[in-house]
Structure formats: C-alpha cells, structure tokens
Design a binder for this molecule. Structure first.
Ligand code: B16
Ligand code: MG
Length: 216
C-alpha cells in the first residue's frame, strides 16, 4: 500500500524546459557556445550550477571562468528565465495534473515536491497549485543534486512517510534514478527520451487515478 506522492516539477506538473532552454541559449551564445535542443535534454532535472558546468564543458570552456564569474552567469540566466515565467498561468499545467491533485486532496493523500528548481514555489503559485502541496523540499539545503536520491528521501520525510510507501513522478532520467535510489516506486512521465528504470511510464496524468495507485 502506498501512502503519499512525491512530484518533480518541470516536465511533470508543467513544462518550463522551453524557457530554461531560451535563457541558457542566450547565455551560451554570449560566451561563444552553441547549444541545441538535443543537448538541452541533458539539463533536465540538473541544478542551475551543474547545468552551467555542463554547458561550459560542452563548449570546452570548463576552466575559463572563476567561481564568481560563474555565479554571475547563473544569476543572469536566472533573471532572464524568471522574466519568461511571468506569463505562466493555470493553463500551463500539464494535462490531468489538476484532476489528479484534486483527487489526492479529496482522499487526504499527502503530496510533496522534489524539484531541483529554486523557483519552484513561484512557479507553483503562478500555476495555481501551490496549496496542494503539504511540503516543498528546499533544494538549497541539499548536499547533492539528482541523480542522488537525497531530494526524494527528504520529500518523503517531510510528509512523514517511508520512501517505500511513496510514489515518485519524474520526467528526467536523472530523476527516475534518484527515485529508485531512494527505494520508491517510480512513475516516469515520458517526453523525449525513454525512461528505462521507471516501474511504470505514462504520457500524462490523464492515464492515472489515485485509488488505483494507492493499491500498488
Ligand atoms: P532553477 P525539476 C529542474 O527542475 C529543471 O529540470 C532543470 O532544467 C533546472 O536547471 C533545475 O530545475 C534548476 O532550476 O534554475 O529554477 O533553480 O525538473 O527538478 O523540477
Ligand atoms: Mg523534471
């Protein structure tokens, strides 16, 4: 029997990968690195600084900048990204998400958020679903990013359930790996890449209902 749900944000509740891409591309272009949509797949679920490190390595510039310069670049990218988020509305929820959260609330199933994004509370408010979450992990308090299981273990802890009693939802390979490493049941929301380690994969939340999942 399962007792609670742990959600990733980008690619699961909404799709902000396109905004991350626009903002990272602008930053990369400004330092002479060309990234494309295929490369962008590797940044899904990866923290802001780890994403910058991957872009610099991709362009062969991993040793060209100081820590301070990199922090400035990451801050610039985030400022552009946050500007793009201003236009988010509840219409940007992915299909079936709201109905699923409504059912979870009705059945008093606790939900927590395990997103690498420091902008997660802002995004949830823009989408109109902030109040559905009993807890949100603060990624700034973590020692390691996804694929490390830490964020998922913490997300279960915050809703007072054991990881074995939790179902985790993820769209990124790194995230599915983290969910499995935490000892949870993993549901992969498939977009571009196949999620090989997931226990179940779906195209959207429209395929799911809460009561059936609790029986797993
Ligand atoms: P921020 P998730 C992740 O969100 C994104 O997939 C990833 O592309 C991004 O770099 C990361 O959040 C950090 O986001 O710059 O807003 O702190 O998929 O873990 O919900
Ligand atoms: Mg994601």
């Amino acid at each position: 029997m399962k007792k609670g749900f742990v959600f990733d944000l980008d690619g699961v509740i909404t799709d902000t990968a396109k905004f991350h891409y626009i903002a990272w591309k602008e930053l990369a272009d400004s330092i002479g690195i060309t990234i494309d949509l295929e490369f962008n797949e590797q940044l899904k679920g990866i923290s802001r600084m780890d994403s910058l490190d991957r872009i610099l390595a991709y362009g062969g510039k991993e040793n060209d900048y100081t820590k301070e310069q990199k922090e400035e670049m990451a801050a610039d990218k985030n400022a552009n990204y946050v500007k793009l988020l201003e236009d988010l509305t509840p219409d940007d929820q992915l299909p079936g998400v709201k109905a699923f959260l409504d059912e979870a609330r009705e059945k008093k199933v606790p939900c927590s958020l395990a997103s690498a994004s420091k902008n997660a509370p802002f995004i949830l408010k823009k989408l109109g679903v902030y109040d559905y979450f009993n807890a949100i992990v603060d990624p700034a308090t973590l020692k390691k990013g996804k694929p490390d299981p830490e964020i998922f273990v913490r997300a279960a802890e915050l809703i007072n359930i054991d990881p074995s009693e939790a179902i985790g939802f993820e769209d990124a390979q790194a995230g599915v790996e983290g969910i499995k490493g935490a000892g949870m049941y993993a549901i992969g929301v498939e977009g571009h890449e196949p999620l090989t380690q997931a226990d179940m994969t779906i195209k959207s939340f429209e395929e799911l209902n809460v009561s059936e999942l609790l029986e797993l």
